[in-house]
Structures are given as structure tokens and as C-alpha cells.
Design a protein. Sequence first.
Length: 244
Amino acid sequence: MKRILVISDVHSNLTALEAVLADAGKFDETWCLGDLVGYGPDPNECVARIQGLPNLTCLMGNHDLAALDSLSLEAFNMEARRSILWQRERLSAASLDFLKSLPGGGVERGKAFLAHGSPRDPIWEYVLNSQVARQCLQEVSSRWCLVGHSHFQATFQYLPDLDDIQIFVLQVGDRHQMTERAILNPGSVGQPRDRNPRAAYAFFYPGKGFWEPRRVAYDFGSVQRRIMAAGLPQRHADRLSGGI
Ligand code: ZN
């Protein structure tokens, strides 16, 4: 059964990324839904590690776009802005080339549509409620839509009997069969915001339509120390312990 590793919002946190890859074991393909950089201390290391993952499809996120200097920083709060400027100074030519090569729109892979934010606004829109989820599913014909950006590990599932969309936080570690249309978010590897500090990711099994959300503990203390040593905003260190 083909197994696809789905990661998103790594945000320059190499320790979390390595923990995810160690926990994941073997997989056939990699889908990375964007925001490789921003916030954390290891931008080049994360870009290089992701670049080397097997059969990679990788999208551009809003922080990746901002690191390329191609959009105004106005859209970010002061602290996020500081870390973007910090990353701009440190990203190597090779990292920049890779980030530049990433698609800024959504891409289709089989019955799945992949976007960083949402299918109708792939870079910026957050899917956080059922109304937006419904509008987004209307936007594409693909059966499943995979998004990141919100840093919430959750699924928005269409329930045909009720003609409604419901948000589910599915049991971690179980394979859930996605029989109906759904928006699937693997959560964030490097900066979870769903009050669970463990790195979030998922497996997708496209043949059967299985979605398997996963979490793994990692040494966030070492990342917090690197964030502080780099002179990055303290808040980006603090939030890692609470997953907020
Ligand atoms: Zn992000």
C-alpha cells in the first residue's frame, strides 16, 4: 500500500523535523505543504533535509514567499517580521534557489488537491471553520484537499446525510478511511498551535483513502535555546513548550 508522508509548517525547526522522520520510518512519497522557513533557528538545514526526501512535492508557504523578499512584510506581525528578516540574511543561495522553485499555487496529485493555505487562496487563506471549508471544497473537484498554514491538526469532513461539514480531531495513530470529501490538515511539524507541543504530521494512503494523523515528542528545549542564542523573538521559543 502506497504510503505518503505529509508534512507542513516545519518553520526552520530541524529537531522536530528529524523526530518526525525517525518516527515515520519508510514511506514512498513526500508531500510538504509549505512554510519550510520562518520562526525557528535552522532554515538552511530544514530546506536541505526536505529537498532530499523521496519523491517530493513541495509547495510554497507565506513565510517562504516572504523570505524571498517578494512581498511586503506588512502582512506579518512584528515578531514574525523579525524572524523573516533574520532568515533573509542567513538563507544560502542554494536554499533561496530551492524556495524560488516552489509552486505558489495548489497542485493536484491523483484524487487530492494540495495547497498551503486553501485551494482558493493557496498562500494566505486559513481553513479554520466549516463555512470556509465548504466554500473551499466547492472550489475544487478533487475528492480530498490537503492544507497546512493553520498549524491545527484537524479534518473538515463533508457529511452527505446532513449536508454539513464537521470538524474532527481524529485519533492520533489510527488509520481513518476518508469515504467522503474532506479537507485534511496534518498540523505543524515545527510550531504546533493546537495546545499539543508534539510535532504533528500525517500519513496518507491514496489507494484506500486512509488518513493517519500522528504526533511525536521532540526535544523542544534545545530548539528554544537555539532560538534565544540566535537573538530571535522569545515568543517563538516560549510557544513551543505549550503548543500555542
Ligand atoms: Zn506556518
